[in-house]
Design a protein around this ligand. Structure first.
Ligand SMILES: [Zn+2]
Length: 280
């Protein structure tokens, strides 16, 4: 499913294509004997993950949720992440008849390279915000983590992704939970990254829940399936359990950003663990 209606909101999936990550890192402590039942890795132990960005519109404003890996990668990074030079996001946005300067707000769950890579573009060796008229809504806590990374986190916080939007004066700070637009709320969760947030889109009794990397794919609905990238694996387990109980009870739709098999799903409980069925 590539399109969804949540009350007044029209929601379109705008993919930035897949990128490769090491098979094991996405499953943390789960042994290969278990995760290899879900995915088949290539000869380098890599597996493709999706980037299902969302274009949300209420008929007046256009809000972009997540921006993908982007297209500024050098040759070495392109090889590592299995990316081509093609700007898939731009191509897919164009198919919807929408251009970069029509985007009013940009929000991501956090500032890792696979979420804010599309904040900026490079033109004639100069970096610039990709969306010239947009306000980029960023959690202060995540910004501080991204601009003061440690040796463990610096591999994923790429300054070329976020510094140019700050320099251009296009950042609006979020400090904790907030309603960023009537019907769209963010909730600070931390755990995956310092200032990770989840996004809830509600209108006319319907809700779409974007858990970001608390639940990057339907395989991660399993409580013990947390990424090696998580700052706090126990924190992720607790946060996702708390949110999934609500998703299930209130019959929300789940967004699965990195999932190559499912974009939107409905959640239910099977014995001890949550599972999701793709939306028809
Ligand atoms: Zn991610």
């Amino acid at each position: 499913m590539k399109h969804l209606e949540i009350g007044k909101f029209d929601i379109q999936v705008v993919s930035d294509g897949n990128f490769l990550l090491d098979g094991g890192t996405m499953f943390g402590m789960l042994p290969r004997a278990i995760w290899s039942k879900f995915i088949t890795v290539d000869q380098n132990n890599m597996f493709p993950w999706a980037t299902h960005c969302l274009l949300v519109s209420d008929g007046k404003k256009k809000i972009l949720i997540e921006t993908g890996v982007g297209s500024k990668l050098n040759e070495k990074k392109r090889q590592i992440y299995g990316r081509s030079s093609e700007n898939k996001f731009q191509k897919n946005l164009k198919l919807l008849g929408v251009s970069f300067d029509e985007i009013d707000y940009v929000v991501t769950t956090h500032l890792h390279m696979d979420h804010c890579g599309g904040f900026t573009d490079e033109e004639n060796e100069k970096l610039k915000p990709r969306f010239p008229k947009a306000k980029y809504l960023i959690q202060k806590k995540e910004w501080n983590a991204a601009t003061h990374p440690n040796r463990l986190t610096r591999g994923t916080y790429w300054v070329e992704n976020f510094l140019p939007v700050f320099k251009a004066g296009q950042v609006e700070w979020l400090e904790g939970d907030a309603e960023i637009f009537p019907g769209i709320k963010v909730f600070l969760t931390g755990a995956h990254s310092e200032g990770h947030q989840v996004i809830q889109i509600s209108s006319q009794g319907k809700t779409l829940f974007c858990p970001g990397d608390l639940i990057p794919s339907h395989w991660h609905l399993r409580q013990t399936c947390v990424c090696a990238y998580d700052l706090s694996p126990v924190g992720v387990m607790q946060e996702k359990t708390r949110w999934l109980e609500r998703v299930m009870k209130e019959n929300w739709i789940l967004h699965s950003y990195h999932d190559v098999e499912m974009v939107f799903g409905r959640v239910s409980l099977e014995r001890e663990d949550f599972v999701a069925k793709p939306l028809e």
